[in-house]
Design a protein around this ligand. Structure first.
Ligand code: WT7
Length: 654
C-alpha cells in the first residue's frame, strides 16, 4: 500500500461525528429540506437566490447554456455590485452600522467604518479613479496591504465597472509585472507599505520595479500607510490623500449588465503562465452572498464575522468583500500576522470584538496546534458559534483541535471546498443540518451538483475514489480565462467533455455514506499553506537562473504547510558545482521571480533527472525521495540507475 492509500484508509476510518447544536439547528438559515427544494428546480432556486440582491433591471432568463462551456447567468439583468454591497444598506437605515472593524497590526491602530462612511469613501474613490481616466471596462490592478483602502479600491472599481485585479502583496515585482501586462492594467492602486511581523514592509518599490518591465500602466495611486520614504515620479504617481480625500462623496452608481466583468484573479495552473480567472457581476455576487448566508448561517443583525484571508486571494474577494458586504454584516479586517506582537493576537481580536463566525485555513490551525492550547485558553472566545476552514483538506486532528480549543466544543466546523474558479463555496456541511465528520467536506450545498467519477466519467460507487467534478453550471462559475477562451475549454471542460462536467483538478473519495473527502490535486499543482503554486512555474523560475540547466519541482507533504516545494536542479557545466552559496542563490532567485511563498523548502543539486524513454520527468519518484520513502517502480525510466544517484545525494544533503 502506498503512503497516500494508507492516509486515505486512516481518514476513512475516522468515526467521530458532530451533530449541530440544537438551538443552532432550530434557528438555522437553511434546513435539511433545502437540498430537495433546490434539486426540484435548480433554475428557480437560483432565481430565488438572486433576489437577495437589488437589480436595476430584472433578468429575463436565469441561465443561458446554449453555448457551453460559456455560461450566461441572469441574462438581461442589470445591477451595480458596489451599490449592493454598500448603498442599499444605507438606504435601508443601516448607515450607522459598523461595516468594518479594522485592526492594524500595530496595537491600538484601529478604525471602525460604518456603512455610511464606506459609501462616502467608495464614492470618492470612484470619482477619483474616473478623474484619473479610468472608464468602464478598463482594468485596475490593486497591490495593497490589508487596510480599509484596499476594500474601498475594489468597490470603487466595481462601482464604475472597471474590473479589478488584486495581486497579493507578497508577490514579487516580476509576478506583478506579468499580471499587469496580461490584463493590460491602466492604473495600479498601492500603498507605501504595510505592517507585517512588527515592522513596516515596503510595497511601492515593487510597483516601481514592475513599471520598468511593462509600459501598460498610466497612473499609480498610492495610499500613505506607513509614512516610509518612497521614490516618486510626478508623471505617474498620485497620492490617494491628494485625489480621493478631496473628491466628491456624491456618485451615482451605473447599472451594468449581469455579465459585465467584475474582476480577474490570477491563479496557478499546470503550465508556467498564471491564468486570469474571470468573474462577472450578477452570478458571482449571487453565489458569494448566498453561500455566505447559507454556509455560515449568517445572522447579519447580530453576527460579527471574521475571515483571516488576504484580499489578494479569492477567499478575500468572496468572503471579505463581496459576500459579507452584500449581506450587510459587521466584520473584522486585520492587517497583520497571527503572532504579532504576541501569539495570542488573533484570539485577543476574537475576544475584543466578540467575533461569532471565524473563517481561516488549516495551515494556520496546525501552527496554533503546535503551540498548544495554553495561549488560546487565556482568552474568552465564548462568542464564537461557527468555525470555517478553507484552502486544503483539514486533517481530522486539526479539525478536532479547532473545534475543541477554539470553539469550546460548541461550534460546528464547516470544511468548505471551492476554488478561485468556482467563485464561491460548492461543497460544505451546513452548520444547522450536517453531522460533521472531521476531514470531510461532506456534500454539495443546495443548488450545486458535484460527483466523484472514474477515468471514463462514470460516478464511482460509495467507498471508492476518483476525480472531483461539478456536473451542472452554477452562477459564480468562472466565465473564461482572461484573453484565452481555448485554455478555458481545454483546462476545465475537455477532460469530461462527453459528460459536460467541470473538471476541478482534485482527487476525491466518496465514503460509505456518499460523503466527499477531497484528497488534493491530481495535476502538477501544489498547495502550499492553502496557496496554489504550479510546479512548472517554479521550474521556469529556476531555469531562468544562468547557472541552471534543468529543474524538476515537486510538492512534498509537510506537517506545517500541507505541501512544501522541493526542487531538484541540474547545473550548467560551466557553473561547476555552483559554489557554496548556490542553494541560497537559487532560493533567493525564486523569491524574486515569484515571491516568498514559492521559496523551496529544499533544493537538491543532482547530476540527472529521472525521465521516461519519451523524456517525461517522473515527478512521482522525486516525490518519494522528497518524502523520504522507498522509491517506487522505476522500470519505465530510461536509465534506472538515476534514482540511486539522487537518493544517495539526498542521504548526504541536509
Ligand atoms: C484548491 C483551490 C478556495 C479558496 C482557497 C484556495 C484546495 C480548497 C479545500 C478544502 C480540500 C481544498 C483544492 C482546490 N482546497 N479548499 N476544503 N478541502 N481541498 O483557492 O487557490 O483556487 O485553490 O484548493 O485542491 O482545488 P485556490
Amino acid at each position: 500500500m502506498s503512503s497516500t492509500d494508507e492516509t486515505i484508509a486512516n481518514l476513512l476510518r475516522e468515526e467521530r461525528r458532530f451533530a449541530p447544536p440544537e438551538d443552532l439547528a432550530a434557528n438555522a438559515n437553511l434546513s435539511a429540506d433545502a437540498y430537495e427544494h433546490a434539486a426540484k428546480d435548480r433554475e428557480a432556486f437560483w432565481a430565488e437566490q438572486a433576489e437577495r440582491l437589488s437589480w436595476d433591471t430584472k433578468w429575463d432568463q436565469v441561465l443561458d447554456w446554449s453555448n457551453p462551456p460559456f455560461a450566461k447567468w441572469y441574462v438581461g439583468g442589470k445591477l451595480n455590485a458596489a451599490y449592493n454591497c454598500v448603498d442599499r444598506h444605507v438606504e435601508a437605515g443601516k448607515g450607522d452600522k459598523v461595516a468594518i472593524h479594522w485592526v492594524g497590526e500595530p496595537v491600538d491602530d484601529t478604525r471602525d467604518i460604518t456603512y455610511a462612511e464606506l459609501k462616502d469613501e467608495v464614492s470618492k474613490a470612484a470619482n477619483a479613479l474616473t478623474d484619473l481616466g479610468v472608464a468602464a471596462g478598463d482594468r485596475v490592478a490593486i497591490y495593497m496591504p490589508m487596510i480599509p483602502e484596499a476594500v474601498v479600491a475594489m468597490l470603487a472599481c466595481a462601482r464604475i465597472g472597471a474590473p479589478h485585479t488584486v495581486v497579493f502583496g507578497g508577490f514579487s515585482a516580476d509576478a506583478l509585472a506579468s499580471r499587469l501586462d496580461d490584463c493590460q492594467a491602466k492604473v495600479v492602486v498601492t500603498a507605501d507599505g504595510g505592517y507585517r511581523r512588527g515592522a513596516a514592509s515596503a510595497l511601492k518599490p515593487a510597483v516601481d520595479e514592475a513599471l520598468t518591465k511593462t509600459d501598460v500602466v498610466e497612473k499609480v495611486l498610492v495610499v500613505r500607510r506607513t509614512g516610509q520614504d518612497v521614490a516618486w515620479n510626478d508623471d505617474v504617481d498620485v497620492w490617494w490623500h491628494d485625489v480621493v480625500d478631496g473628491a466628491s462623496a456624491e456618485h451615482t452608481p451605473e447599472a451594468f449588465d449581469s455579465e459585465h466583468p467584475l474582476y480577474v484573479m490570477y491563479t496557478s495552473g499546470t503550465t508556467g503562465k498564471p491564468k486570469g480567472i474571470l468573474h462577472t457581476t450578477g452570478g458571482y455576487l449571487t453565489g458569494s452572498a448566498y453561500t455566505h448566508h447559507a454556509v455560515f448561517d449568517l445572522k447579519p443583525d447580530t453576527d460579527v464575522y471574521w475571515c483571516t484571508a488576504d484580499i489578494g486571494w479569492v477567499t478575500g474577494h468572496s468572503y471579505i468583500v463581496y459576500g459579507p458586504l452584500a449581506n450587510g454584516v459587521t466584520q473584522v479586517l486585520y492587517e497583520g500576522t497571527p503572532d504579532s506582537p504576541e501569539r495570542g493576537r488573533w484570539w485577543k481580536i476574537v475576544q475584543d470584538y466578540k467575533v461569532t463566525i471565524f473563517y481561516t485555513a488549516p495551515t494556520a490551525i496546525r501552527s496554533f496546534m503546535k503551540q498548544g492550547s495554553e495561549v488560546p485558553d487565556r482568552f474568552d472566545m465564548s462568542s464564537l458559534r461557527i468555525l470555517g476552514s478553507v484552502g486544503e483538506p483539514i486533517n481530522p486532528e486539526a479539525y478536532v483541535w479547532y473545534r475543541h480549543v477554539v470553539g469550546g466544543d460548541r461550534t460546528p466546523v464547516v470544511d468548505t471546498w471551492w476554488q478561485t474558479e468556482t467563485g464561491s463555496i460548492l461543497i460544505s456541511p451546513l452548520p444547522g443540518v450536517t453531522h460533521g465528520k472531521p476531514g470531510s467536506a461532506m456534500t454539495p450545498i443546495p443548488g450545486i451538483t458535484a460527483d466523484v467519477v472514474d477515468d471514463e466519467g462514470r460516478s464511482v460507487p460509495n467507498g471508492s475514489g476518483g476525480y472531483l467534478v461539478v456536473t451542472s453550471p452554477w452562477p459564480s462559475m468562472l466565465r473564461t480565462i482572461w484573453g484565452d477562451d481555448q485554455r478555458y475549454v481545454d483546462t476545465y471542460w475537455s477532460r469530461f467533455k462527453a459528460q459536460g462536467y467541470y473538471f476541478a483538478g482534485d482527487g476525491a473519495k466518496k465514503d460509505e455514506d456518499g460523503d466527499i473527502w477531497v484528497l488534493g490535486r491530481v495535476d502538477d499543482v501544489m498547495n502550499v499553506s492553502g496557496h496554489r503554486l504550479s510546479t512548472t512555474e517554479i521550474e521556469s523560475a529556476l531555469v531562468s537562473h544562468p547557472k541552471v540547466a534543468e529543474s524538476a519541482v515537486v510538492g512534498a507533504t509537510d506537517p506545517d504547510t500541507g505541501q512544501a516545494v522541493v526542487a531538484y536542479v541540474i547545473l550548467r557545466e560551466e557553473a561547476g558545482d555552483g559554489g557554496p552559496e548556490i542553494v541560497k542563490e537559487l532560493s533567493d532567485h525564486v523569491r524574486t521571480q515569484i515571491g516568498p511563498i514559492a521559496k523551496p523548502r529544499q533544493i537538491m543539486i543532482v547530476p540527472e533527472l529521472p525521465k521516461t524513454r519519451s523524456g517525461k520527468i517522473m515527478r512521482r519518484l522525486l516525490r518519494d525521495v522528497a518524502e523520504k520513502r522507498e522509491v517506487g517502480d522505476t522500470t519505465t525510466l530510461a536509465d534506472s540507475t538515476i534514482m540511486d544517484l539522487i537518493s544517495a545525494g539526498q542521504a548526504t544533503s541536509t
